[in-house]
Design a protein. Sequence first.
Length: 392
Amino acid sequence: MKINKNFDNLVPNYLFAEIAKRVSDYQTANPENDVIRLGIGDVTLPLAPVVIEAMKKGVDDLAKKETFKGYPDYEGYGFVREAVSGYYKSFGVEVSADEVLISDGAKSDCGNIGDIFDKDNIVLVTDPVYPVYVDSNIMSGRNIIYADCNKSNNFKAMPDKNLHCDIIYLCSPNNPTGAAYTADELKEWIDYAIENDAVILYDCAYEAFITDNVPRSIFAVEGARKCAIEFCSLSKTAGFTGTRCGYTVIPKELERDGHNIYKTWYRRQATKFNGVSWPVQCGAAAVFSEEGQKQIKENLGYYQENARIISQALDELGIYYTGGKNSPYIWLECPNGMGSWEFFDLLLTKANVVGTPGAGFGKNGEGFFRLTSFGDRDKTVEAVRRLKEILA
Ligand SMILES: *Cc1c(COP(=O)(O)O)cnc(C)c1O
């Protein structure tokens, strides 16, 4: 037998292991120092009470013969898809419930969608990048081209009309940079995709953090139904990182190479995926209820205020950054021309604050650094105070 040799082409991702090692070495040497972690890419606040109630009721249903549930529909229960459709409507986007597929998260769908595309397609990703887009395509043996995000385009790469590609990954608001595309910018990508007969794979896992007038869905922009698939998740929106539920939207009419994309993806899911559990889908539907929306906004508001506190300090220090608004991430330029890891070590040893070196997200991340707003408020305030102390 032979192993898929494409796995040999994966670049080992030492980022989080290396961070953990440096922090642990530092703490061993300096046990009395209180280290604050602002590198965390996971939520920390609990699920909303209505979600917990709905999940408990879902569990009770499983305890009785009359209400017991077995395998769910591959695309998710109708009432959950209706709830997602209603959610889109609340910000003015028409997506019908039968274009929504409930999943166990956006990472799986973003990573698995490649199953339906030929190996010879050329893939475009932006750099810096969420590693899932790159690694899943390396595993499939596809060629990847990189669109540079940097200070000159405010970390929002735009299409190069002289370059052809077939599959385009866009993440907005972006992880790691926090940058969010405007409708006009997305329109350029849509026009480019249509021109190239390409498909845009649009990851909007952070749409719930948007406060500015930028699109919360690519389907808010004209032409998107002709070229885009959208992946979203309750992970960051409602604290479902451990609970697991997301949704993917595929316009029913979207076709490529004589094939209907929705039907092809449905066939793939029906073969390799058996759905999301009843209690979790009950909890997911509760997120979209009026009370659910009110409750999740409290947690979102907490993170948004943390982001504001960090951004304000950077404004005061005159440090360039993207994000902070429309995103839980703050992507900053390391001061005094420092490299990402150099700044990491400085922050760790002089301020006892941990962040994420931008170099870990691609070549354009070198010299940049990611802080997140998912931490505790008091610790965020204290981290910012220390940051100002060492950089002022
Ligand atoms: C956190 C995150 C997701 C969400 O993934 P889940 O599998 O739904 O938890 C998707 N895309 C990006 C870019 C993320 O950072």
